[in-house]
Ligand binder design. Structure first.
Ligand SMILES: *[C@@H]1O[C@H](CO)[C@@H](O)[C@H](O)[C@H]1NC(C)=O
Ligand SMILES: *[C@@H]1O[C@H](CO)[C@@H](O)[C@H](O)[C@H]1NC(C)=O
Ligand SMILES: *[C@@H]1O[C@H](CO)[C@@H](O)[C@H](O)[C@H]1NC(C)=O
Ligand SMILES: *[C@@H]1O[C@H](CO)[C@@H](O)[C@H](O)[C@H]1NC(C)=O
Ligand SMILES: *[C@@H]1O[C@H](CO)[C@@H](O)[C@H](O)[C@H]1NC(C)=O
Length: 467
């Protein structure tokens, strides 16, 4: 109990130390695929009352843009995917588009950026070839009106643009996208002083691999973290890992100077039965802890000096979105403007609710809620389908810095046979897991390992459960 109190005390000290530093910025996506939302003027008031001063739209709706005039709220607007081919084909098209959809409203409505398309290569690749030409034409049109310094141009990419994201430091883009679109786009962003927009959803990673990824790690709760075997950096949450995988992919192409803004991230408060992890408590934890992390901490392990700008997805539950139940339940608010759950959205609220009173979203103790809480004995083994490179990276880490006992898998020792990467990795992962008292997150290795409730069988090798 004494040590628990002490840990709590230390957390308060480090929290108040970090509060004085300038953190990042929180915005919200104002999606409107619904027939029951309040009028734009009321939405502007809602955002102001919540202390939110950044919003992202999915179009350039005139009523919405007018409502944000003189509101003090910065607005990111979007050119929909359907317009990319026209925008790429003809600069007179983008001239007219910018005139009708941007310069009519700006600067009374403070448009800070234009998202040209959304997740263009994730949806279909027929529009991919139009993306960078469209960005160039929109830029040229802004330049004519002297708006190119005020308004940045970018395009949100989905994480599916990555070929690899583990180890985090070896993140890379899909090879077939690099030359056609990634390099020209990064070049454009560098040339125009813009940034890469990234949509990142730890929810999907967790939901698809809930047996392998620690929920605490996904929800920014206390957890042992994940160490990158490439550079030894420790990640305390999945979103940071996802962002840095993109930074690593950019660095691999020598774009170390382009920054990232997270244009979408969120967690649904409801889902279908197969949408593991969807639910109100998890959504409140994810979004609440995310806001705290963004507003009170620095950048990511790879880019510690670049504080994060993150747009939450989304402002409202949107009842006309197709797809699984989760799609209609990402909102922070019901259309009635009532909160779906109560989380802090500003630094003031974070500070008030972190002072030890009230409910803190960050549990000080324990790993309860972890996906690996099993009362009987548990072991950790390697996942057979993550690829050789990923497995080798994790094995090297476990036996090296991780401090696993890897003597038995050396040549001639008891667990050398079967001499396969999977068997050796399993032995090492289990040793690491047991040495760390089976703590939540210690059988993860970025998805290369998972917990089993029966003793692993690899030849005559015995897997210890205690060290
Ligand atoms: C303004 O934007 C809307 C939607 O993006 C588009 O349909 C319309 O054609 C644009 N106006 C012009 C003049 O390009
Ligand atoms: C994308 O393009 C590749 C070839 O460039 C093609 O093989 C693939 O089927 C396309 N995918 C989609 C979704 O259009
Ligand atoms: C971050 O900034 C500090 C102080 O300006 C500097 O010493 C450090 O090298 C920077 N780190 C990175 C990764 O750029
Ligand atoms: C802060 O904590 C108080 C007391 O538990 C609670 O009533 C309030 O809703 C919390 N606010 C936020 C934004 O979490
Ligand atoms: C975890 O939950 C169990 C049962 O819900 C409880 O008995 C235990 O005290 C909790 N552990 C911690 C560290 O909170």
């Amino acid at each position: 109990m004494a040590s628990l109190t002490f840990t709590f005390f230390l957390m308060l000290i480090s929290l108040s130390a970090s509060l004085s530093e300038a953190g990042g910025s929180i915005g919200v996506n104002y999606g409107r695929v619904a027939n029951d939302l309040p009028p734009p003027s009321k939405v502007v008031e809602l955002l102001k009352n919540q202390g939110l001063n950044r919003v992202k739209l999915y179009d350039t709706d005139a009523n919405v843009l007018t409502a944000f005039a003189n509101s003090g709220i910065k607005v990111v607007v979007a050119m929909p995917n359907e317009l990319l081919s026209s925008a790429a084909a003809d600069q007179s098209f983008t001239d007219a588009w910018v005139k009708a959809n941007i310069s009519t409203f700006h600067p009374a409505t403070q448009i800070e950026a234009i998202a040209v398309g959304n997740e263009v290569f994730a949806n279909s690749n027929t529009t991919t070839k139009f993306l960078v030409p469209a960005m160039n034409n929109v830029y040229a049109s802004l330049t004519k009106l002297n708006l190119d310094k005020d308004i940045k141009i970018s395009s949100p990419i989905a994480l599916s643009a990555l070929e690899t994201s583990f180890p985090i430091s070896s993140g890379s883009f899909k090879p077939d996208l690099v030359e056609p679109v990634i390099e020209p786009m990064l070049n454009f962003l560098r040339r125009t002083g813009s940034y890469l927009m990234v949509n990142a959803y730890p929810f999907f990673a967790y939901s698809d691999n809930s047996d392998q990824i620690s929920l605490d790690y996904a929800l920014f709760k206390q957890n042992p973290g994940v160490v990158d075997s490439g550079n030894g950096l420790r990640y305390m949450n999945l979103l940071d890992a996802q962002i840095d995988a993109v930074y690593a992919a950019m660095s691999a192409l020598n774009y170390n100077d382009v920054k990232i803004t997270v244009t979408e991230t969120g967690w649904p408060s409801k889902g279908d039965s197969n949408e593991i992890g969807a639910g109100e408590d998890n959504a409140a934890s994810y979004n609440g802890n995310l806001v705290k992390r963004v507003l009170t901490e620095t950048g990511t392990p790879l880019r510690p000096n670049d504080t994060l700008t993150v747009f939450l997805f989304a402002l409202f539950n949107e009842n006309q979105k197709p797809g699984p139940t989760s799609e209609r339940n990402y909102g922070l608010f019901y259309p009635s403007e009532e909160k779906v759950y109560d989380i802090p959205l500003t630094l003031t609220e974070v500070n008030v609710n972190s002072s030890g009173v009230g409910k803190s979203q960050v549990p000080v103790n324990g790993n309860n809620g972890s996906t690996t809480s099993y009362n009987g004995e548990t072991w950790c083994v390697a996942s057979g389908n993550v690829g050789k490179e990923k497995l080798q990276g994790a094995l090297d880490y476990a036996c090296g810095e991780g401090g696993a006992d890897c003597t038995p898998i050396q040549e001639g020792a008891t667990c050398y046979n079967p001499n396969t990467l999977e068997a050796h990795a399993s032995y090492a992962f289990n040793s690491y897991y047991q040495k760390n008292s089976r703590a939540s997150g210690t059988c993860y290795f970025a998805g290369a390992a998972y917990v089993v409730t029966h003793p692993p069988k690899y030849g005559k090798c015995e897997f210890p459960t205690g060290y």
